[in-house]
Design a protein around this ligand. Sequence first.
Ligand code: ZN
Ligand code: ZN
Length: 424
Amino acid sequence: MLRARCGSGPAECRETAKPQSRTSGEGSGDETRECACRGEDTAGAAVYDYMEGEMVRNPFGDRLSRLRGLMEEQELDAFFVSVPENRYYVSGYEAEDHHSTETSGYVLVTASDQYLLTDFRYEEEAKRESPGFRLVIYSQGPGAVLRDVFTEAGCRRIGFEGHHLVFKTFREVEEALKAVSPSGVLEPFENLVEQLRVVKDAFEVERIRTSLALAERVLEDIWETIRPGVKEKEIAWEIERLIRERGGDGISFPSIVAAGANGALPHAVPTDREIEGGEAVTVDMGAKLDRYCSDITRTKMPDNPHPRLLEIYRIVREAQLAAQDAVRAGMNSMAVDAVARDLISGAGYGDRFGHGLGHGVGLAVHEPPGLRKSNGTVLKENMIVTIEPGVYLPEFGGVRLENMVRVTGSGCEVLNTADLFYKR
Ligand code: ZN
Ligand code: ZN
């Protein structure tokens, strides 16, 4: 069984680092190393962070309360979090997953407690970053330790992230639950924690703004190097190099650099092909800084663009400006998409704009809410979304222009400060 809380504060607690052997059902040697005093009282209240010199309260306690509200609505005893961004969002635990099949841990939230399950490699990091969580260390997957946690917490109905949890781990969780509660149920959810992430707090807005500023300065600085004779891959590497050199955690997604006819592929992969005279080049890139992502696209026009290219550029820019003018809190995301889509369709290119108008950006570069033709969301103040219409003409080329905006009560704030639009 897990240890009961000692009742003292972290400073006085002498049990903090003392390992406790555990008897697991499979004899795996898994153990709990937890300070039981790091419980409900300290979640979200013990750690502070700084924003522009001002101390702000750690947000994790509040986020856990909101998650528990959703769990209650869904009649869940616990929620099992595997998506790295969601894990961080509720716990502050920063470790990333190297691969979809190599996790750095899981968070389990019950009505009155919160657990961080991980393995030896991440133990120290987990202690430091998530002091409000009960740390449970496993050696061969979470199955064995989950039996004890489920027993202690009396879990019967547990939610998990159906769009992410790998089947092998699902089976482990299921077996642990059935061993403890034969009638227990595992319920898949999509976007439960993501729902909480859609509205950004002031701290997040600032981080996203800074991430975008980094990406924009890099794009501005390489802008003149986007010219005939340079390879798409060289530009992509320069973007990545500069983001790293200037303190970014890395790129928020593999950069798209698409010259000429490649511009007709919305998700083109940079090639060894050299840019030729007269070609437009679409660059879609972003930085990750302090965990937050940015996303920007510009199409660089050649000196004397083909009339068709010029035509679609103007239409795309007009659609972007119209959508930026329209967007505001209270509006359905489908209606914002329609503003740009109707304009492009009216110009005769509706069938050449095959993707959604935009998406949320935050801890992930693509996250809810989606701005598209279906599955609408009512937009709220402080959602941060992209506005990125495009027109793609097979064998010819394409144009996409992407800004990031913060939704406000009366409209939106365009977060971009770089211009880089074609003016002639
Ligand atoms: Zn983009
Ligand atoms: Zn985007």
